[in-house]
Design a protein around this ligand. Structure first.
Ligand code: HEC
Ligand code: HEC
Ligand code: HEC
Ligand code: HEC
Ligand code: HEC
Ligand code: HEC
Ligand code: HEC
Length: 487
């Protein structure tokens, strides 16, 4: 019986009993007394009902089961059926469109990552750590960058969202579907609560340096899946992962090579592009995605410690402008299909078209995550067309420069005089502190919407088409006015 049906029967019984009691003792009914009594009794009934539910969804029970390597069985009032098309299971209620999707059998736990041998030989990627002994200072500043941090083991200190009450929950529009982010024995889990059923999935890998937020992946055998709940930096809270429907509990979205190609240094794809050799993963976008695999460089300099002539390594600034841009373009021109499904084939100096399928023209000019397509947008700017500008004219690839508007504005002033700007008269010298907000506005993008119980969220990204923009000029001037009034 459902909660409300039980409550209704409870109420009916209370009314009968209360009515009898009142008439029997007083010989008449005081409506106010009856009201109060009914209300108290209803509250008691619903509390009992809540207690019963809590017992059924006992946290200690699910923790104990998990320790024994088991999951909580699916209650009889839910349907669980395999979905052969997607190699996953659906759990829901009869005729429900929303529900749970998991790649492992409901009532069980995901299988741990297996210890298997790589299928392909690693082409020489080592990871940033291996450059440290000879490039200590670059290494030290590099590990603070978004590139290095963009994927990492999901240890407790690599998860930005709360894992303890009160902020460790994600509620949905349905009170029967919610998520709780918890920690146990030094490891984090997402606990999904779906009607009378609970199950847990571990956090294994964190993706995202927290500019916008973090998403999380977990292993089930040699496959990686995205967890339902992601963390959003701006509202500072747990949210449905981008593209996930509010009210669903989806743990069956598989991760393909393309995702790791942009967010990691290397992964060995097994029989197709959704199976990986767990031990082969090199997390973080390391030095080598811009300089080429480092093994032979490192081996050479180990064997020839007196040589100061660099061996077998590429510096992008030695390439043509087009080639330099394409090094960044591996990951900054939007999502395209890999021509070789095992991925990780692009080397500095290569041409993108040799490794990635052509994009349709809608995608090409779009400013949306995955990505905001900096390469294409920048190329549309007069600054770019009328100079030899490349990405590293503004971005130091070895340093975290996030939010440093004055530093970036200095880059503009290497080619422009502030008096070139029509706004200089109005703002004065302090215009040097921020050319960016007016000429490279942050725009929310329709391409990455996130559903929340209270509406959709669109995280804002910089538009790299540098231009005069009346709208952002107006809002920046308003901001200045407000700060001035605030003082
Ligand atoms: C055993 C020492 C050693 C290790 C380890 C090492 N390098 Fe080097 N690297 C050198 C030396 C020596 C040079 C040449 C002198 C210089 O530029 O500092 C050099 C130069 C470079 C240069 C500049 C090349 C040029 O043409 O100016 C790059 C880029 C580079 N290394 C990248 C890396 C990367 C990436 C790693 C890690 C995968 C790495 N190095 C690991 C010793 C090493
Ligand atoms: C292998 C993929 C890859 C390559 C190659 C790459 N990037 Fe990135 N880059 C990323 C990803 C992924 C992010 C998002 C990281 C995050 O915030 O989690 C990113 C973020 C950035 C950021 C934002 C930094 C911040 O503080 O948020 C800048 C700037 C950037 N990249 C510039 C470059 C430039 C310039 C190049 C070429 C020299 C380049 N990237 C090459 C994948 C790549
Ligand atoms: C074509 C390269 C590419 C692919 C494929 C890609 N990403 Fe990204 N991703 C980026 C870049 C670049 C950014 C930074 C935002 C921007 O510049 O548009 C980003 C941003 C993110 C962020 C926010 C990071 C932050 O610091 O705020 C998350 C989380 C993320 N990606 C997860 C994923 C996941 C999970 C997948 C695969 C299912 C994926 N991405 C596929 C390139 C890619
Ligand atoms: C996002 C791409 C990218 C990543 C990641 C990256 N570099 Fe670089 N690196 C460059 C570019 C581009 C240049 C040329 C810089 C310039 O022209 O200003 C460069 C230059 C260098 C140089 C030679 C010039 C100098 O600044 O001394 C060395 C050495 C170097 N990088 C080592 C490393 C090491 C070590 C790491 C990792 C710890 C690393 N790089 C990570 C893109 C990258
Ligand atoms: C490498 C040199 C260079 C850099 C760096 C540079 N610009 Fe430009 N920019 C140019 C050139 C060249 C033009 C075209 C001639 C002109 O209008 O001065 C231009 C044009 C412009 C225009 C006019 C655009 C139009 O559509 O007519 C604006 C606005 C502008 N730049 C702003 C900026 C801002 C803001 C920055 C920093 C974020 C910047 N520029 C960085 C070289 C540069
Ligand atoms: C004229 C200067 C300039 C050039 C050239 C430039 N950028 Fe940026 N970029 C910026 C500024 C300014 C920001 C905003 C930084 C911030 O908010 O911390 C930014 C932000 C980013 C971000 C972070 C995502 C976001 O929207 O905040 C990425 C990724 C990025 N740039 C990649 C690139 C790539 C790739 C290229 C080359 C195709 C490039 N940029 C060329 C100035 C530049
Ligand atoms: C308050 C917003 C705002 C700020 C801040 C700002 N600009 Fe502008 N900028 C504008 C507007 C609006 C115009 C067009 C003005 C006009 O036509 O009278 C413009 C014009 C320009 C132009 C000339 C474009 C052309 O028509 O050729 C350049 C170059 C430029 N700005 C560069 C800069 C630089 C560099 C900075 C930082 C030092 C900066 N701007 C700061 C709003 C701004």
């Amino acid at each position: 019986m459902s909660k409300s049906a039980l409550a209704f029967v409870g109420l009916a019984v209370v009314l009968l009993v209360a009515g009898y009691w009142l008439t029997a003792n007083n010989g008449g009914t005081d409506p106010a007394d009856l009201d109060r009594l009914v209300r108290r009794e209803t509250l008691r009934e619903s509390q009992q009902e809540l207690d019963r539910i809590d017992k059924r969804l006992s946290s200690t029970e699910i923790e104990q089961l998990a320790e024994e390597g088991r999951g909580q069985p699916v209650p009889a009032n839910l349907v669980a059926r395999p979905m052969p098309d997607t190699n996953s299971w659906f759990v829901g209620r009869e005729k429900f469109k929303v529900g749970v999707e998991v790649p492992f059998q409901p009532g069980h736990l995901p299988n741990p990552a297996p210890d298997v041998e790589a299928v392909h030989q690693n082409p020489g990627f080592l990871g940033a750590e291996s450059c440290r002994e000879c490039h200590e200072s670059i290494y030290q500043s590099f590990i603070e960058t978004a590139h290095h941090r963009t994927s990492r083991p999901a240890t407790l200190d690599n998860i930005a969202g709360a894992l303890t009450p009160p902020d460790n929950t994600l509620l949905t529009h349905s009170e029967d579907v919610s998520f709780e982010m918890i920690q146990r024995d030094g490891k984090a889990f997402q606990r999904a609560k779906f009607f009378d059923w609970m199950f847990e999935v571990p956090f294994d890998i964190t993706v995202g340096s927290n500019l916008l937020g973090e998403s999380y992946l977990y292993w089930h055998g040699d496959k990686l899946y995205q967890l339902h709940a992601s963390f959003l930096t701006e509202p500072d809270e747990w949210a449905n992962s981008p593209g996930f429907v509010d009210g669903d509990a989806i743990f069956a979205r598989e991760i393909h090579t393309a995702c790791l190609e942009c967010h990691a240094t290397y992964a060995d794809a097994r029989q197709d592009d959704a199976h990986f050799t767990p031990s082969s993963l090199i997390l973080g976008v390391s030095c080598e995605r811009c300089h080429g695999p480092g093994k032979s460089h490192v081996d050479f300099h180990h064997a020839n410690s007196d040589s100061s002539q660099p061996h077998d390594i590429t510096v992008p600034s030695a390439l043509t402008r087009q080639q330099q841009m394409q090094v960044c373009g591996q990951c900054h021109t939007g999502v395209r299909e890999l021509l070789d499904p095992k991925g990780f084939q692009f080397r500095p100096g290569d041409t993108l078209e040799d490794h990635y399928a052509a994009q349709d023209s809608n995608e090409t000019s779009a400013n949306g995550v995955h990505t905001s397509n900096q390469l294409e947008r920048l190329s549309q700017s007069e600054c770019f067309k009328q100079s030899s500008m490349a990405c590293v004219d503004c971005h130091d690839p070895h340093r975290n420069q996030r939010g440093q508007m004055a530093t970036f504005s200095q880059r503009c002033l290497e080619c422009h005089e502030r008096s070139n700007c029509g706004m200089f008269e109005r703002i004065g010298e302090s215009i040097d502190s921020n050319c960016i907000d007016c000429h490279m506005p942050k725009r929310a993008t329709e391409n990455m919407s996130i559903e929340t119980a209270s509406g959709d969220v669109f995280p804002p990204l910089r538009d790299h088409k540098i231009r005069v923009d009346p709208l952002s000029t107006q809002s920046y001037l308003n901001e200045l006015k407000q700060t001035a009034q605030g003082r």
